[in-house]
Design a protein around this ligand. Structure first.
Ligand SMILES: Nc1ncnc2c1ncn2[C@@H]1O[C@H](COP(=O)(O)OP(=O)(O)O)[C@@H](O)[C@H]1O
Ligand SMILES: [Mg+2]
Length: 309
């Protein structure tokens, strides 16, 4: 899989180039401090436009992380067609809305993907949330605490673009991973997303994953383009996380409603996901400015007008 290195010296130089060494905005009140190394890590996967491979990244990264010993909780926040549940051959009956309306408990809506991976279907909004009584709210917080202990990493699959539903999840997460493809429109769209997140939501740190790259050189070239434009005009830092090559076997896996990591573990794409998972694990937790899973849900619910927990 020689095509997918690209994290050597060249990538390091690019990281340096792109990094503006600016501090993030102050830690929001109630957030865990930087020294708090415990608990779950929350990563939101997002993009400027649809069809760039976010759901595949979420599913396969989760599997690669699980193969490296991590327990992963996925939140399926993409309500469009070609959902993560379809991709994983699941058909969840209930979603987060049923929890927020008090009909179901969190444990009743969680779907097991593999013994190390579980999924929460997000549903289409949180307007019902205020109907939860005090007792139910406390129960939900208890359940969130239990998830915090059970899982190492939470990955959120978001819808594409800059609609409010997308930004709530993204802004609530600790780490933002943007998926970009070599297509020029993907780069301009992600620029718009990063600009919005930086200017309106004070998000300044982004990890970048180039998907459907020809090879690592191609991916670095795309990252360089994005870093040039974004770094010049915005007060942000971009970290190159790595790439996933364009792989026919991934397309074939989608048709078979399986993750490529499961169906073709030795494919080029799967090797890329293994490398990415290793990097995610190695990645220092310096970026964890924003608390734990309760904190994530509080921010999410407050942001989306659900009235907070
Ligand atoms: N690395 C890749 N190689 C080849 N095709 C890919 C790759 N990643 C994504 N695709 C194609 O793009 C389609 C959309 O991917 P998906 O993960 O559903 O995108 P999104 O969630 O961003 O809308 C997939 O069904 C697949 O055909
Ligand atoms: Mg998707």
């Amino acid at each position: 899989m020689s095509a997918v290195r690209g994290t050597g010296d060249q990538a390091d130089t690019l990281r340096q180039m792109a990094r503006t060494a600016k501090q993030n905005s102050p830690t929001p009140s109630g957030a865990a401090s930087l020294t708090d190394q415990q608990g779950i890590r929350v990563i939101s996967v997002t993009s400027g436009k649809g069809g760039v491979g976010k759901s595949n990244v979420v599913a396969n990264l989760a599997m690669a992380l699980a193969a490296q010993g991590k327990k992963v909780l996925i939140i399926d926040g993409d309500l469009g067609v070609g959902n993560l549940d379809v991709l994983l051959g699941l058909s969840p009956q209930y979603n987060l809305n049923h929890v927020l309306s008090g009909e179901k408990s969190l444990s009743e809506i969680i779907v097991e993907v593999t013994p190390s991976i579980k999924l929460i279907p997000a549903g289409s909004g949180v307007q019902e949330y205020t109907s939860l009584g005090q007792h139910e709210k406390l129960k939900l917080l208890d359940e969130l605490d239990m998830l915090e202990e059970e899982f190492d990493i939470m990955i959120i699959d978001t819808e594409a673009g800059i609609s409010e539903n997308v930004t709530y999840f993204t802004v609530a997460a600790q780490e933002i991973l943007v998926v970009v493809t070599p297509e020029p429109t993907s780069i301009t769209d992600v620029y718009a997303l990063i600009k919005l997140l930086a200017t309106r939501y004070s998000e300044h740190h982004f990890k970048v994953l180039i998907n459907m790259a020809r090879d690592s050189e191609d991916a670095l070239e795309v990252f360089r383009k994005l870093a040039n434009v974004a770094g010049r005009f915005l007060d942000i830092s971009l970290d190159y996380l790595g790439c996933v090559v364009r792989d026919e076997r991934l397309i074939d896996s989608v048709k078979k409603q399986k993750a490529v990591y499961e169906l073709y573990p030795d494919s080029d794409a799967s090797n890329c996901f293994s490398t990415l998972a290793r990097r995610v694990i190695e990645n220092s937790r310096q970026t964890r400015l924003k608390g734990n899973i309760q904190f994530f849900f509080r921010r999410y619910l407050e942001g989306s007008g659900g009235g907070g927990v």
